[in-house]
Design a protein around this ligand. Sequence first.
Ligand code: ZN
Ligand code: ZN
Length: 77
Amino acid sequence: MQECGLCNGWAESERHCPRCNGTMMDQGRVTDFLDDYSPYLDQKYTDLVDGESYSSVAEQCVHLFVCEDCGLNDIQT
Ligand SMILES: [Zn+2]
Ligand SMILES: [Zn+2]
């Protein structure tokens, strides 16, 4: 796996929420959440795991971001 700035602490761990312009915080690697958290995730993320597309993103470290203000969740590489 390539070096991940979020895991290593040199990448910005806050993102602007596209819906409410609030602050989205890095919750950690998506792969760490999939077992416990997948019921709460949008269908498109679980599709990533089931489908062929996961093999491409699996090469990267994918992080889950959740908006503190509106609860929107999104994944970022
Ligand atoms: Zn990472
Ligand atoms: Zn928001």
